[in-house]
Design a protein around this ligand. Structure first.
Ligand SMILES: CCCCCCCC/C=C\CCCCCCCC(=O)SCCNC(=O)CCNC(=O)[C@H](O)C(C)(C)COP(=O)(O)OP(=O)(O)OC[C@H]1O[C@@H](n2cnc3c(N)ncnc32)[C@H](O)[C@@H]1OP(=O)(O)O
Length: 244
């Protein structure tokens, strides 16, 4: 199941706009029809996949210096082509009235972001979520191991989505991590669940590790519904839709 934002969020969104100005303008009500969004997403994510491969190939390449320089010139020419038409700023979070949302620039799940693995997070109806992905050479910290900040980044995303449930806006207040053992680069799995709720405070617990092996990093987070976003839940309409 993939979570998406629904149309009735506009009331809450206008609260955000009034409160945070430009920052929350990043939640964009965008009436691009879903089929057009799907088509664009497919093409853009294909390009991002190739750029991701380019990042990995760059890190690991051992070709001679003159070949590196030649590739650099070609890559610069490609970037110039993409810059012929650009957004004025980051990609933001978009949603349409059909309940489709897209956040192609997100650092963890953004399908248009070659810096993101990207992670596909699967949510259940009971406040739990998991994700399986492969973290390659671009995410290295200690030799051959996942960077501790990358683990924190991945966990923050799955925990934030779990706290939000796509029905309310939550922000990370406090994130506590215990690095129990090094996490090798390669296939990893994350799990998260809501451990408690009290007013605007949602506690989430999560872990990341090699699939089927002991936890490498465990996390507890306090996620807050900001005072300014704390509106009547019945006015909120961020919904989930099954997309496979
Ligand atoms: C409506 C529908 C819309 C739905 C939209 C859904 C979209 C979903 C999409 C996708 C899911 C999300 C996926 C994203 C994942 C990534 C998450 C991130 O990386 S978030 C970026 C990093 N975090 C920040 O930048 C926060 C910066 N801090 C703040 O903005 C504020 O400090 C905030 C909101 C955290 C708190 O501000 P206050 O004004 O609401 O808080 P006060 O009213 O003062 O406190 C309330 C209670 O909370 C405690 N508190 C406040 N801040 C705390 C903190 N940082 N840690 C622990 N406790 C804190 C206080 O002591 C107080 O507790 P007492 O009621 O007295 O017991």
């Amino acid at each position: 199941m993939v979570c998406t934002a629904g149309p009735a969020a506009s009331g809450a969104l206008s609260v955000m706009r009034e409160t945070l100005g430009m920052t929350m303008e990043m939640f964009i009500h965008d009436e691009t029809p879903t089929d057009e969004v799907d088509r664009r997403e497919k093409v853009l994510s294909g390009l991002a996949d190739s750029v991701r491969d380019l990042v990995d190939a760059t890190i690991r390449s051992t070709v001679p210096d003159d070949e590196l320089a030649a590739v650099r010139a070609e890559v610069a020419a490609l970037a110039a082509r993409l810059r012929r038409q650009q957004l004025p700023g980051p990609a933001g979070v978009h949603y349409n009235s059909e309940g489709r949302s897209w956040n192609w620039g997100n650092a963890v799940v953004g399908l248009g972001n070659a810096v993101a693995p990207p992670v596909e997070i699967v949510h259940d109806a009971f406040g739990s979520a998991y994700a399986e992905m492969t973290l390659g050479a671009a995410y290295e910290g200690p030799p051959g191991m996942v960077h501790g900040g990358v683990s924190a980044l991945m966990l923050d995303q799955i925990m934030g989505e779990t706290a939000s449930g796509f029905k309310r806006l939550t922000m990370t207040g406090t994130l506590t991590l215990r690095y129990r053992r090094p996490l090798p680069l390669g296939p990893v799995r994350m799990d998260a669940r809501i451990a408690g709720e009290e007013g605007r405070k949602i506690t989430v617990e999560a872990r990341i590790g090699v699939p089927g092996e002991d936890t490498a990093v465990e996390a507890t987070g306090l996620f807050l519904i900001p005072r300014w976003a704390s509106v009547d839940e019945t006015e909120q309409g961020w919904s989930r839709s099954a997309e496979g």
